[in-house]
Design a protein around this ligand. Structure first.
Ligand code: IVH
Length: 661
């Protein structure tokens, strides 16, 4: 038991130290704040419970950074602390209650201020002249970056009209506009504005720093009371008076109107966040009355009189630049959004799904509006709400298929529109793309791009043509960008597909609504592809896991001549596999349970899904009360919080490997 705990602590220490290094020294964080925080919290708790196992190099002994760098190290006169974080209003209530219990009454005010996503800086003014600018570093020792600040960052005055020595702290950041400029003009790969600001400030080339146009905000005066400053309101007045830029979008609220604090936070999270020129990742709430600060006190890392409320990082806002439709292999129309490029959870996003027209109507959105987007599942973001109406009315329904000009039909179920044209070129090409795709016949060398190219060239116009591509050897080899090697690989890929298992072939047929899982059930039932023609209604209704809609789709599919021709063709070229029972050991653990997978593993996500599904389990994209457990790999994102909130079991990478051993 103890050995396990010591091991766990070491694992957490190593992991967090690695993240710290990525964040502070390489300016290349690979993990979200939430994941970072939850690991750190776990470590803090374990260390509290088992102090005998606390390691020398534990990150809890530092404030975040190892201080190896090219700049001179300077001790901070007064330690630069960090802020504790709250992720919901309950946590804020606890913060308020703790303060009130020290103050003794609730006749107090709070300053609510955006939390700027930059890097903190401490400035010393001696006799009114800027003498030193130091980064936070580990909180005790920072880096002297005066060279890159003084006369370089316009927002930071070299002189102020105040004689007494004073230390003022704030945040250096890069505005959204300047961030995009830099990304556009320089070939840099900074994932976000904060990294760029931090990387820039720690540049040795001053010209680069100048060119990148960093900005600054101030929010703290060290030992404020010695300067006769007794409230946060007075801090702001001081900053204003001495022309030190401060965050204007803030509010002083009497605690008796606590809801106004929450409303102000919500307003920023939903709307304002995207209207301001600087990135913020939350709101800071500070007790206004500085006189109580010492009594309220500190933990080793945080003051207890301020806290940072962190936004849900999965949501962000952007402008809806265009709406267009695509048509899938079954003819179903999907509405898509083209977006003004934004950063969402570390990736640049410029497209999102809007599902169907009904969804657009419900949101009431139109081109030009500002919308809120969210990462859906693991891959495609979706538009979740309208955040600011810039247009009139709602986008008009598209009535004509853009690929073939046919009139689109409304389906009775699921609010979908459908292109009814069997010869619609887009439907045809999508069928071929589906057939060759990874979870279907998995034909190497025939990915979406090549299929579209060959389709446009007329090399493939239906699935059957794939198997006669060998006749076009010369044409393919002579096509620009292809050649002999490509052709040979392609032939190998096609030959390999003859070995596809029965369920894969059934899935590849593209029967509407029929996913991989149901394809396996059918495969088990029919045993051999040719038997698909004799599958009866009773056979289907005996497979209890297949829904009514899918059953109807299977029957409809098998009545169409073109589909019958395709299956007969496959059989004729000997793609007629026999069902093979997966006789690998089965893991009863997964049976009839639902799992959500998040993060990265040593094996691919698809392989994990396969293991779970092969063993009678289900995989879903989002956590709900129905989820049995969250299977968590590295960098698992904010799903952890939700799992914890609902109280869902978390199976980590190691435990998962144990389970499937
Ligand atoms: S007050 C004890 N106000 O957030 C530090 N900090 O996660 C008191 N930050 O180290 C800081 N915006 O670098 C304060 N309006 C704001 C802020 C802010 C950004 C940074 C600051 C701090 C970090 C804590």
């Amino acid at each position: 038991m103890n050995k396990k705990i010591a091991e766990k602590i070491k694992e957490l220490v190593d992991q967090i130290n690695q993240w710290n290094n990525e964040y502070f020294n390489e300016e290349n964080p690979t993990v979200s704040d939430r994941v970072y925080d939850s690991h750190l919290k776990e470590l803090v708790e374990l260390e509290k419970k088992y102090p005998e196992f606390v390691l020398e190099n534990s990150p809890t002994k530092l404030l975040g950074s190892s201080t190896k760098s090219k700049f001179k190290k300077v001790n901070h006169n007064v330690q630069m602390l960090s802020l504790d974080k709250a992720y919901d209003f309950n946590e804020l209530d606890k913060f308020f209650n703790d303060i009130i219990s020290v103050v003794g009454n609730d006749n107090i005010k709070f300053l609510v201020q955006p939390k700027i996503d930059g890097l903190s800086i401490s400035l010393r003014y001696v006799n009114g002249v800027l003498s030193q600018a130091i980064t936070r570093g580990d909180g005790q020792v920072g880096e002297d970056v005066t060279f890159n600040v003084k006369n370089v960052i316009k927002d930071i005055p070299t002189k102020i009209n105040y004689d007494k020595d004073i230390e003022i702290r704030g945040e250096i950041y890069i505005s959204k506009t300047n961030f995009l400029e830099v990304i556009k003009n320089e070939n840099t790969n900074y994932a976000n504005a904060r990294n760029l600001a931090s990387g820039t400030l720690r540049q040795l080339d001053q010209d680069i720093v100048k060119k990148r146009n960093l900005s600054a905000f101030f929010y703290e005066i060290v030992n404020a009371q010695t300067h006769k400053i007794f409230t946060q309101e007075e801090v702001l007045s001081f900053l204003k008076e001495h022309k030190l830029p401060y965050v204007k979008e803030c509010k002083i609220v009497e605690f008796q109107n606590k809801n106004k604090i929450f409303d102000f936070i919500k307003e920023f999270e939903i709307e304002k966040r995207n209207e301001i020129e600087y990135e913020i990742d939350g709101m800071v709430i500070k007790l206004n009355e500085i006189q109580y600060y010492e009594d309220i006190g500190y933990t080793s890392k945080f003051p207890k009189y301020s806290i940072a409320y962190k936004f849900d990082e999965e949501l962000t806002q952007t402008i809806l630049d265009d709406i267009f439709i695509t048509v899938g292999r079954t003819g179903i129309v999907t509405y898509n959004a083209k977006l003004k490029m934004v950063l969402l959870k570390g990736t640049m996003v410029s497209a999102a799904t809007l599902h169907n027209y009904n969804y657009i109507e419900q949101l009431g959105i139109n081109i030009g509006d500002e919308v809120l987007i969210k990462k859906a599942g693991e891959i495609i973001p979706k538009v979740v709400s309208l955040s600011k109406k810039n247009s009139k009315g709602t986008f008009a329904k598209i009535l004509i298929c853009p690929y073939c000009g046919s009139k689109l039909l409304d389906t009775k179920t699921l609010n979908n529109q459908i292109c009814p044209n069997y010869n619609c070129p887009e439907i045809n090409v999508k069928k071929i793309i589906h057939f060759t795709s990874k979870n279907a016949m998995n034909i190497d060398g025939l990915g979406e791009g090549i299929v579209r190219h060959f389709y446009n060239l007329g090399f493939i116009s239906k699935i059957q043509d794939i198997f006669t591509l060998y006749k076009l050897k010369n044409e393919i080899i002579n096509e620009k960008g292809f050649g002999v090697k490509f052709f040979e690989n392609l032939m190998e890929g096609i030959n390999n597909s003859y070995k596809a298992s029965l369920d894969k072939v059934i899935f590849a047929l593209g029967i509407p609504q029929l996913g991989s899982k149901n394809a396996k059930l059918i495969a088990r039932k029919i045993q051999k592809l040719e038997n698909i023609f004799s599958i009866s209604i009773e056979d289907l209704s005996n497979i209890k896991d297949i829904g009514e809609v899918t059953k109807t789709e299977i029957q409809n599919y098998l009545e169409k001549k073109e589909n019958i021709d395709l299956i007969n063709f496959l059989i004729s070229i000997n793609i007629n596999p026999v069902f093979v029972l997966n006789n690998k050991k089965s893991f009863t653990f997964f049976k009839d349970k639902t799992f959500v997978i998040s993060g990265t593993f040593d094996i691919s996500r698809n392989e994990i899904i396969k293991i779970i599904e092969d063993n009678g389990g289900n995989v879903s994209n989002s956590i709900s009360k129905k989820t049995t457990a969250l299977i968590l790999g590295d960098n698992g994102g904010s799903k952890i919080e939700k799992a914890k909130k609902i109280g869902i079991e978390i199976i980590d990478k190691n435990k998962f490997s144990e389970l499937i051993k």
